[in-house]
Design a protein around this ligand. Sequence first.
Ligand SMILES: C[S@@+](CC[C@H](N)C(=O)[O-])C[C@H]1O[C@@H](n2cnc3c(N)ncnc32)[C@H](O)[C@@H]1O
Length: 438
Amino acid sequence: MMNKLLLTSDAVSKEVFQMLQDEIVARLRSVGKKDNAQMVSQTQNHDAEDSLLKWGEHHGVKCKLRIAFYQGAGRGMVASESIGVGDTALEIPESLIISEELLCQSEVFLALKDFNNITSETMLLLWSMRERHNLSSKFKTYFEALPENFNTGLSFGIDALAALEGTLLFDEIMQAKQHLRQQYEDLFPLLCINFPEIFRKDVCTWDNFLWACELWYSNSMMVVLSSGKLSTCLVPVAGLLNHSVSPHILNYGRVDEATKSLKFPLSRPCDAGEQCFLSYGKHPGSHLVTFYGFLPRGDNPYDVIPLDLDTSADEEDGAAQSMSTSQTTHMVRGTWLSRSGGFPMYGLPQPLLSHLRAALGCGLDESTTEADIKENDRVLLETLLSIFNPMLEDLPETDESDRESASWDVKLALDYKDLQRMIISSIVTSCTSALENV
Ligand SMILES: C[S@@+](CC[C@H](N)C(=O)[O-])C[C@H]1O[C@@H](n2cnc3c(N)ncnc32)[C@H](O)[C@@H]1O
């Protein structure tokens, strides 16, 4: 829009628009500087990654990025040159996208299309489980560059799960694992018996099935294909972009009609040598741990403590007395993310405060005196502390020596608990200091 205005305005307006554009770009540049994780190596000889880039180039991928290795994040993509706002960092031809449309030409689809209402997502999952072992696959180079283990929450071992007991993440991971186990048991050994040529027993193991599930959870993107269909897809090369809470690439996901390619344009500039990040979506830490196996650096505004509040009210209706109950869930973020730390918000969400003030009979109106306001807020803050203090007590601090010797999954579980503790602790601190002042 700015570029258009700069082209069409008179000289004076042009000067103003140019100043505005420079300021916007400077502000965008300052965002996310904390994200730049330590690069481990740019130059190591990593055959699988080099081959993937060459294979992509050969098939028409256009790329202003190269692959680098980052501490704690595996591979990532780094800008080979400075890339500006609106410029395309990466362009992938539609013919390289693994989607439902590609599936329709496969043996797996022909065998399964009429099988027990199977979904195309499940067929794609089974396709990738097989294709990984197909030596003559068109996507051999892509599969060879994928990790042996994805290390998501779905692969958490018993110690990591034990560390999470009592948290919502524990429930999320257990439910997801049970769902996948059930799905596997519904499919196997049935498919191996019915279609032994296609589904070989040695390929269709639980470990290979879980690998394919983790591949789709951690690497897939929603793409509108040129047919107009919205489809969950694997996008080779683009699957090497890591996530950030302040990403460079935000708006992507529609195949360009003219070029028949998926473009990844920048929403904020990326300097040469800087890691270029994508947004995987507005996910809280629990979702990123379960399905991707990491917690992002920096403040994630989608990290919340869900709070279920019951509102039970006695209602007099003539002679009979009835009881109405409703449940509301409030999402509470760390108070450091809020701009309104003091009275009357205390860094907490307005709907939660209104809900509690009404439930406690502590509403504010013109006739409320200053003394009433203070008393009401004392009751409100004490109620909030009675909710959040026990949560904090249930999350004891991690012993640092435990963390040093821990495995990847236990470390991630402990990091998640630290994050939860930090959010709850910020709420307790806000309420305690406010209580001292009323
Ligand atoms: C789409 S892949 C990105 C490429 C991946 N790093 C690799 O080496 O194949 C998604 C996976 O990358 C890792 N990842 C992405 N963003 C990350 C981040 N900000 N910090 C740590 N790991 C990240 C997680 O393991 C996630 O499951």
